[in-house]
Ligand binder design. Structure first.
Ligand code: BG6
Length: 486
């Protein structure tokens, strides 16, 4: 296969995302031979950097990420160019157009252009339209727009943003990033489900009692207090990552593995989410904010402007999917900052068999679980029961485990690496379609609206714990409990 030839233009090239994720990922694509010599990266931001300074920063960022090779680093960095840029100023775009023409002469990129928006969302619409108006989309090849989250603040603002962008780009040119969709084990959900009879035949409300999706972090808000305090865990994590995982767990088998077919199945799930009634919110969702604890300060002490904050840093929810396959099966989700462990994990709990003779009391009863470990461990574990050696007919729980880490080890590609590659080969499967964004906002808006009616009693969990107690009760009243994440 030909290596894709492309110029990648990064808006926000001096930012954290570029440094931590984008440069190292592009480097890995280069190192692994996924892109050849015919590519260039143009970095844009306000700072008055030169190409040299930019290249130095690129090298630094790669030096800080684990795997690299001194020899090719320099030749890699030579593909990077910098332009100081004002997103609201026409002349910045005209200048960029000139630079792209020049680079397209220098490298055989066939006029293929990726515009990657890795900066403050308030400019997404402006940039998209300026690109169009200043003729930057008129090249000999294809043009694609990659957009980082957040995509809007609620359904209304997301619609407005989408309309603005759609004036300049078609849906099939828009790549909305949800980096969870680039994670190896998130991509594996589909394969585990649809390539195994032993799971797929049982994958419904007759045999599954509940599904638990956890994404817990030890990190707090770090340097992002301003963004985070306006957002909160629900917008930051549930609207996108958590609901995307739910959609992959719940969707019907697609008729083909094409982006359109897969997306249309995911959209059907998101459309079937039961909207939470304002008076019912307490029965479905729990919000939390961390106070001081084992992992340090409380959220309100992290920055002066957070002093009276009522932003949630934790959310747990019971998500119901009102369709034929899932009627009655709760999907419990939880995510939060400053929790006990960094863990992204899915637990599928199967119903008990009608008559189980192999245990003496309730506490010895162990339902079958399928655990999908997404991070930090990558793999799957199946919890079964087998005879306890020697002592009569008593069952004991055993585990069958598969670890991905052991096989691919450090070669497991980073989410961003895969997504950038998908974008330059034009595969939209692991990007979110507008319909998915819209239905997710609709669901999340209902919860947030209901919450906005009352003042929360924060803080209600300690930094370093697994979240507020109310989250345990959410499951207990249905007869379940959270399975531990480690
Ligand atoms: C981002 C959120 O989308 O995901 C961050 O904005 C969060 O707040 C991050 O820390 C978590 O990603 P991961 O891959 O570490 O689970």
């Amino acid at each position: 296969v030909d290596k894709p030839n492309v110029v990648i233009v990064i808006f926000g090239a001096t930012g954290d995302l570029s440094k931590r994720k984008l440069f190292p990922s592009i480097y890995r694509l280069y190192q692994n031979g996924k892109i050849g010599e015919d590519f260039a990266v143009v970095g844009l931001a306000r700072r008055p950097w030169t190409n040299d300074i930019f290249r130095e920063k690129v090298c630094e960022s790669i030096n800080e990420s684990q795997a690299h090779n001194e020899d090719d680093l320099e030749s890699f960095a030579a593909h990077f160019y910098y332009q100081s840029f004002d997103v609201t100023d026409n002349s910045s775009y005209t200048h960029l157009d000139g630079l792209l023409d020049q680079l397209e002469g220098q490298y055989q990129t066939n006029g293929n252009r990726v515009f990657y928006l890795a900066m403050a969302p308030e400019y997404f619409g402006t940039i998209a339209n300026q690109l169009e108006q200043n003729g930057l989309k008129e090249s000999a090849g294809w043009t694609r727009l990659v957009i980082e989250k957040p995509f809007g603040h609620d359904l209304a603002s997301a619609k407005e943003l989408n309309n603005q962008i759609r004036l300049a780009f078609n849906e099939d040119q828009i790549y909305r990033i949800d980096h969870y969709l680039g994670k190896e084990m998130v991509q594996n959900i589909e394969v585990i489900r649809f390539a195994n009879g032993i799971f797929e035949h049982l994958w419904n409300n007759r045999f599954i009692s509940n599904i638990q999706v956890t994404s817990s972090e030890k990190l707090g808000v770090e340097e992002r207090a301003r963004y985070y305090d306006r957002s909160g865990a629900t917008r930051d994590m549930v609207q996108n990552h958590m609901l995307q995982m739910v959609a992959l767990l719940a969707m019907e088998p697609p008729i083909k593995l094409t982006p359109d077919e897969i997306r249309s199945e995911k959209v059907k799930v998101l459309r079937a989410l039961r909207l939470v009634e304002p008076t019912e919110v307490e029965n479905y969702f729990v919000r939390g904010q961390y106070g001081p604890g084992r992992l340090g300060k409380g959220y309100r002490e992290e920055a002066p402007e957070l002093k009276d904050s009522t932003t949630e840093t934790y959310v747990a929810g019971k998500v119901m999917i009102d369709n034929y396959r899932w009627a009655g099966v709760p999907f419990y989700i939880r995510t939060g900052k400053k929790m006990k462990e960094k863990s992204i994990k899915i637990v599928v709990e199967f119903r008990d068999i009608p008559m189980n003779l192999y245990y003496k009391d309730e506490s010895e009863r162990h339902p079958n679980l399928l655990v999908i470990n997404i991070q930090p461990d990558e793999g799957i574990t199946l919890h079964l029961n087998a005879k306890k050696a020697g002592v009569g007919s008593i069952a004991q729980p055993i585990e069958l485990s598969y670890t991905n880490n052991g096989v691919d080890g450090i070669n497991t590609p980073e989410a961003y690496e895969k997504l950038i590659y998908d974008c330059i080969i034009g595969d939209t499967t692991n990007f979110t379609h507008w319909d998915e964004v819209a239905y997710s906002w609709k669901f999340v808006d209902a919860v947030l609206d209901a919450w906005s009616e009352t003042e929360p009693l924060f803080p209600n969990y300690t930094a370093g714990s697994m979240g507020p107690e109310a989250a345990d009760r959410l499951l207990e009243k249905d007869g379940f409990h959270w399975w531990p994440v480690t």
